[in-house]
Design a protein around this ligand. Structure first.
Ligand code: NDP
Length: 255
């Protein structure tokens, strides 16, 4: 009975940016918990090979190829799925990017692209999803924030701004949409080994600093984010709303 609270049987989940890294691990975790998962990214070939992998593992998956910054295409894909196939019960806004540069030299175009990818898309895709979820009186939106919602770091000030905005937008989604039966929450990952932060994981000085700075004494493995996501996607979190769940080995609770 208590494990049923964490079951995603019969649910469909769209995970943006899920052809690698954290998004892929979240999709695999949710599929193992029983969900049909919709994999997303901008590269068709990557999506096809991930779908083959899911099929080999006996997991239920399909794909939607779109750029999260192109809201018209995202809306068309989302609305078509809802009309032709069925409800999308869970949306994980995971697609995100990084750009590193000293703030005084930070290119305006890179700042704009970070805003578009990391925060504007979360607003737009959530609005598209919420229109369907509100009609049904239920739905789950999970936004992938970062420890940088709480902590700044040299060379990534604009990224930090977008992730602070993701956590605050999540509170706003809860304030507006909880009354319709939606639960909107965020996950703030610490440092995980993915292509996004290869520059950091390849740097032994950074890795040594990080393992000393993190109470758990190591980098995170992407599979360790799946439990938090399943909790926030399942009935277990039916009264949890507007929360940012830090999964960071204790990084943000210690100096
Ligand atoms: P990766 O760069 O490893 O993967 C990003 C994924 O998103 C890829 O599948 C990529 O596929 C897709 N993607 C990128 N841009 C777009 C876009 N505009 N539209 C659709 N899909 C897109 O990133 P991570 O897995 O490391 O990060 C995922 C999320 O987690 C991000 O929001 C990041 O900020 C956050 N995060 C990561 C941390 C970490 O330690 N790695 C720590 C804290 C937060 P394709 O290029 O084919 O589109």
């Amino acid at each position: 009975m208590s494990l049923n609270l964490f079951s995603l049987e019969g649910k469909t989940a769209l995970i943006t940016g899920s052809s690698q890294g954290i998004g892929l691990a979240l999709a695999q975790g949710m599929a193992r918990a029983g969900a049909h998962v919709i994999i997303n990214g901008r590269t068709k070939d990557k999506l096809f090979s991930i779908l083959e992998e899911f099929e080999r593992d006996g997991l239920s998956a399909s794909s939607m190829c779109f750029d999260v910054t192109d809201s018209a295409t995202a809306r068309a894909a989302f609305d078509e799925y809802e009309a032709d196939i069925g409800p999308i019960d869970i949306v994980v806004n995971n697609a995100g990017m990084q750009h590193r540069s000293p703030l005084e030299e930070f290119p305006d175009e890179a700042f704009e692209k970070l805003l578009q990818t990391n925060i504007t898309s979360v607003f737009q895709i959530s609005k598209i999803a919420a229109a369907h979820m509100i009609k049904r009186g239920k739905g789950k939106i999970i936004n992938i924030s970062s420890v940088n919602a709480a902590l700044a770091r040299q060379t990534i000030a604009p990224y930090t701004a977008t992730k602070g905005a993701v956590s605050n937008l999540t509170k706003g989604m809860a304030a507006d949409w909880a009354k319709y039966g939606l639960q909107c929450n965020a996950i703030a990952p610490g440092y995980f080994l993915t292509p996004l932060n290869k520059a950091l994981s390849d740097d032994p000085d950074f890795s040594n600093w990080l393992t000393k700075r993190t109470p758990a004494g190591r980098w995170g493995n992407v599979d360790e984010l799946a439990g938090a996501c399943i909790f926030l996607a399942a009935d277990a979190s039916s009264f949890v709303n507007g929360h940012t769940l830090f999964v960071d080995g204790g990084l943000t609770v210690s100096v």
